[in-house]
Design a protein around this ligand. Structure first.
Ligand code: ADP
Ligand code: MG
Length: 668
């Protein structure tokens, strides 16, 4: 059976009975025969008739043309490539069933490359729809159908759900539901199967959500049972707080109380700090780091891009060094020798806070006493990467994650049930709402005039360059071109440029000139996505706004609206827009509320990107849809609670079936 298990692994299946969850993509309805005369172009159908002509025509690339006749009419079957065996099956006089999509051809109705089967007259039709499975190279439908049928026979899946729950929800028995979905009876409603609304689907979706809830609870219990080093000395954090040039907002004070208390406890913190762009999460992270350091531990801060990480460094370093902490930087762009030096210092305990990118989680990085791991924009990391940072310590470090992308409720409930969440729901004083305008690229000249007018009245502006997919080099060239074009159009105004390839010092120098007003208009790649703070800049233009994601647009827009002037963000787009791009721009136009934007982003993109599932390659929910199935999420959560209490064995069996080795990812 080595061959069998190799094939299963290729499909991502660990156990033989796991195939029962390998559900069809769609079905073929071979339970019916349609008279040829009633075929409709574009509608898949099966016909049965006698071959009356079979010819190979054409030189070079040969075509097999077959004429099939039933009592109502004749039909052409056309094969642009074919095997000798097919040609033999389609010999005149043979009775054949053909399945495919009819279309109107020059010489009447035809089907190109139908599936065919020779039949005896009167041969009975199948009683069930034929499943079409997600396949992989070297794994055909015939093999899958047989293997699934076997798996359904051997699977010994009792109902793990307490009878009280399944009765209340009217749930089908699990195997009956799966059997039905693999091979629905003739006459089943394909449309509703596709929508996943029939009871059989509800059962499967419920079971998947239940497995997720169970594993989250288990992760939480396991974490609660582990101990962590308490980081209770607040002296350093108190000093840092006193040295800040501003007082914390009420919301910052509240979340800092929550986080500070948890760090002081002997159980590992696992907390997500949410706050809209500019709400001041970094200060809270700095306080957390200083409490860890003041208590004798090391801290690490990991951000998904070098630019982001660097901005944290620029902000955190002066704060923390002022209170005597040693801060170091690690990113893949460092020279080998420098990296080695930093790693040695970290391992020797001579660094208190290490800031960087995923260079931090490379094998070779060892901490002497990591007590706190801070992960910024956590959803942009793969789950495996987050686990790797946590594993950098023999003891369980406390973990603080930060996100400016608020997580909608259903998502939080189902994916982050193991996380405690703190929310900064208040912006520092003095922020003003930003007016958003949409403008077609054809009106660019007008816009340039508006930028000039803004500068004439003493303001400054950002001009954000379009993203060029997958190419940093093109992004850069684009930015350089945009800058020189704007320099001409706006002369004699001063137009600066900042992008990711500038050295830290050059970047800082450009930003410094912009901050003191020596640069009027700053052309930028998405470098300014975060952390830049120039209150006199009250106009932002985003070129090719249709290429940006919602979270990115929201982050960018958050750079204006920080001063006393009314701010404007112009989203310039190039028509024609795709439906999704149009919808994204609409969302940006209609709201500035980060939570609302996140909710609509979820509806547009699905949960994968919020969770980093895409990067890690682990499909977390295969069947459930958190928007559509929100009610089942609630039910599954209640049921999980009950099951853990009343029948832990059944809970375990259920998890084994559904997760088969992927548990570690769920609670990350
Ligand atoms: P976030 O990371 O949440 O987007 P930051 O931590 O970068 O936000 O803070 C945005 C800006 O606001 C920074 O310049 C920061 O110094 C400033 N800031 C943070 N907290 C306050 C506060 N309580 N009062 C005034 N300014 C603040
Ligand atoms: Mg930030």
């Amino acid at each position: 059976m080595a061959d069998q298990s190799a094939k299963l692994r290729k499909l991502g299946i660990e156990r033989e009975d796991g195939l029962v969850l390998h559900l069809p993509l769609r079905y073929e309805d071979l339970t019916r025969v349609t008279p040829i005369r009633e075929l409709r172009a574009g509608e898949l159908a099966q016909v049965e008739g006698e071959v009356v002509r079979s010819e190979v025509s054409g030189r070079g690339r040969r075509t097999l043309v077959v004429e099939l006749r039933d009592a109502s009419a004749t039909l052409t079957l056309r094969f642009f490539h074919f095997y000798p065996s097919q040609r033999a099956q389609l010999a005149p006089g043979n009775r054949v069933r053909a399945w495919g999509e009819p279309r109107g051809g020059l010489f009447g109705t035809e089907i190109v490359h139908p599936q065919i089967r020779v039949v005896r007259p009167g041969e009975p039709l199948p009683q069930r729809l034929t499943p079409v499975y997600p396949a992989a190279a070297g794994i055909g439908q015939a093999w899958l159908r047989a293997a699934v049928r076997r798996a359904l026979d051997v699977a010994d899946w009792d109902d793990a759900v307490p009878a009280a729950c399944s009765a209340a929800l009217g749930l089908m028995a699990p195997l009956a539901a799966l059997r039905l979905l693999h091979e629905p009876p003739a006459g089943a409603d394909l449309e509703s199967l596709q929508q996943r609304t029939p009871p059989a689907w509800q059962r499967v979706i419920f079971d998947e959500l239940l497995a997720q809830q169970l594993s989250l609870r288990r992760a939480r219990e396991e974490r609660a049972a582990r101990s962590a080093r308490p980081l209770a000395n607040t002296a350093l954090a108190d000093r840092l707080r006193a040295a800040l040039p501003f007082t914390l907002t009420g919301a910052q004070q509240r979340v800092w109380r929550e986080i500070g208390a948890e760090l002081a406890a002997n159980r590992p913190m696992n907390r997500l700090l949410q706050g809209d762009v500019g709400s001041g999460k970094t200060v809270v992270a700095a306080l957390a780091a200083s409490q860890a350091i003041g208590s004798g531990a090391q801290a690490a801060l990991m951000a998904p891009t070098e630019i982001l990480a660097e901005q944290h460094l620029v902000k955190l370093r002066p704060w923390l060094e002022r209170v005597g902490a040693r801060v170091a930087w690690l990113a893949s762009s460092l020279k080998q020798a420098e990296k080695r030096k930093v790693r040695a210092a970290v391992a020797a305990g001579e660094v208190d806070l290490l800031v960087g990118t995923h260079a931090l989680i490379e094998q070779s990085v060892e901490f002497e006493r990591l007590g706190l791991a801070i992960v910024d924009e956590q959803h942009r990391f793969g789950v495996a990467q987050r686990l790797a940072l946590r594993a950098k310590s023999d003891e369980q470090p406390h973990q603080l994650m930060m996100s400016a992308t608020p997580i909608p409720r259903t998502l939080a409930m189902s994916y982050y049930a193991d996380l405690d969440v703190s929310v900064i729901d208040e912006l520092p004083p003095g922020r003003r709402p930003v007016v958003t305008k949409l403008l077609a690229e054809s009106r660019r000249d007008e816009l340039v005039g508006r930028v000039r007018a803004a500068v004439a009245s003493g303001r400054q502006a950002y001009w954000v360059c379009p993203l060029v997919e997958e190419s940093e080099a093109l992004d850069l060239q684009n930015a350089i071109d945009t800058r020189s074009r704007l320099s001409q159009e706006l002369a004699p105004l001063s137009v600066g440029l900042v992008h990711g390839r500038l050295s830290g010092a050059d970047k800082q120098s450009v930003m410094e000139q912009f901050t003191r007003g020596a640069i009027d208009v700053l052309v930028a790649t998405t470098v300014i996505e975060v952390g830049v703070d120039v209150s006199n800049a009250s106009l932002m233009v985003i070129e090719h706004a249709e290429r940006f994601g919602l979270a990115q647009l929201h982050q960018l827009r958050g750079r204006v609206g920080r001063g006393v002037d009314d701010s404007v963000c112009v989203l310039m787009y190039r028509a024609p827009l795709s439906d999704t791009a149009r919808e994204r721009l609409r969302v940006m136009y209609e709201t500035t509320d980060g939570f609302e934007i996140a909710r609509r982003d979820l509806a547009l993109r699905g949960p994968g990107e919020f969770l980093g599932a895409r990067q890690s390659g682990v499909p977390l929910l295969r069947f459930a849809d958190l928007e559509r199935d929100a009610a089942l999420v609630d039910a599954a959560r209640d049921c999980a609670q009950r099951l853990m209490r009343e029948d832990p064995q059944a809970a375990h069996r259920h998890l084994q079936r559904w997760l088969a080795g992927r548990e570690a990812y769920i609670g990350a």
